[in-house]
Ligand binder design. Structure first.
Ligand code: 8YV
Length: 321
């Protein structure tokens, strides 16, 4: 039997995924689930054929440049690939793959949680109960905003955006979207396409960010764009923190321009902008969009399917570089 290919697995993956890795590869596992330094990672990669990283490993151009020649493929355990310098990988002839589709439902669930959590003041309410500060009930107590029948604008009508739209329809929301291209009308399900983001913004009672972080989308939600939203709008972000200008968002929450936000992703996770922590109108989650047992297994299998394809000499289905 030929030697098994060596795979560096940067974080502890679900047991079933690690079992398959042990069966088909020679994995270098991280059972302590410790975040490797770049130097540790590069040392671990000596003689390895592949890396299975998460978004916690920043594979910038200089890191890719220092990878040993043996590494032929980076099979990400994530759909987002903003942590990998794809051009640098291409230049070194390293194949890069991601894990689309399998996390769309889980991430859309968290988008709806962010939406409801922000609109119905879930953080505040939970705090009141937990800290025994809940004293009374009155008609004016903990009044939030109803989302049923409101307008939602989705930025990025890809796989996740489409599921968010579907769930939003369950709340009778009117769906608008901005995307680089109009999606197939059969997939729109009555949603209105806006080629211009700026023109869509005044229609958004709720704005949901669902596009990848790229140089073009970095800082997309800035002061100017926030000012185009209706007063009292709600913003939710389950994509990437880089899409948002934190100072502008925090200022808009402070001033009351925005009613509330629901965030699952941030710039510089987990050391997020401290301004978010004290805002009562912020519903904040720790990047758990894909964190369900079912989805994490499926992400691992999908990454392994990609690895299997590369080592079998086939084109991996989720090649991004
Ligand atoms: C993952 C995500 O948990 O897949 C992505 O792009 O943002 C998350 O849902 C994480 O990135 C895993 O590496």
């Amino acid at each position: 039997m030929p030697n098994k290919h060596v795979v560096v697995v940067t974080r502890k993956l679900p047991e079933a995924v690690q079992d398959r890795l042990r069966r088909d590869y020679e994995p270098r596992l991280n059972d302590d689930d410790r975040l490797y330094t770049t130097d540790e990672l590069l040392t671990l990669c000596e003689g390895a054929d592949a890396i299975m990283p998460c978004h916690t490993e920043k594979l910038a151009a200089d890191v890719i440049g220092r990878l040993p020649d043996s590494v032929r493929v980076i099979a990400n355990f994530s759909v987002g690939v903003d942590h990998v310098d794809l051009q640098a990988a291409r230049e070194r002839g390293i194949i890069v793959t991601n894990t689309p589709d399998v996390l769309s439902d889980a991430t859309a669930e968290i988008a709806i949680l962010c939406l409801l959590g922000a609109a119905r003041r879930a953080s505040e309410g939970e705090q009141l109960v937990r800290t025994a500060a809940w004293r009374d009930w009155s008609p004016a107590f903990m009044v939030g905003v109803q989302i049923t029948g409101k307008r939602i604008g989705i930025v990025g009508m890809g796989r996740v955006g489409q599921v968010v739209a579907k769930r939003a329809r369950g709340f009778d929301m009117e769906v608008h979207y901005h995307n680089r291209r109009r999606v197939d009308p059969a997939l729109e399900q009555g949603a209105t396409y806006h080629p211009s983001l700026d023109e869509m913004l005044p229609l958004c009672d709720v704005l949901s960010l669902n596009c990848p972080a790229t140089p073009e989308t970095t800082g997309l939600l800035n002061d100017g764009r926030i000012s185009r939203l209706p007063d009292g709008a709600i913003v939710i972000n389950t994509a990437r923190g880089a899409l948002v200008d934190d100072d502008a968002l925090i200022a808009a929450l402070d001033s009351g321009k925005l009613y509330a936000i629901g965030l699952d992703v941030y710039n510089n996770e987990p050391d997020i902008h401290p301004g978010y922590r004290t805002l009562t109108n912020a519903f904040l989650l720790p990047h758990i969009g894909s964190a369900t047992r079912e989805t994490r297994d499926a992400m691992g299998y999908r990454a392994l399917d990609n690895l299997d394809a590369v080592f079998a000499g086939r084109e991996p289905q989720d090649r991004v570089a």
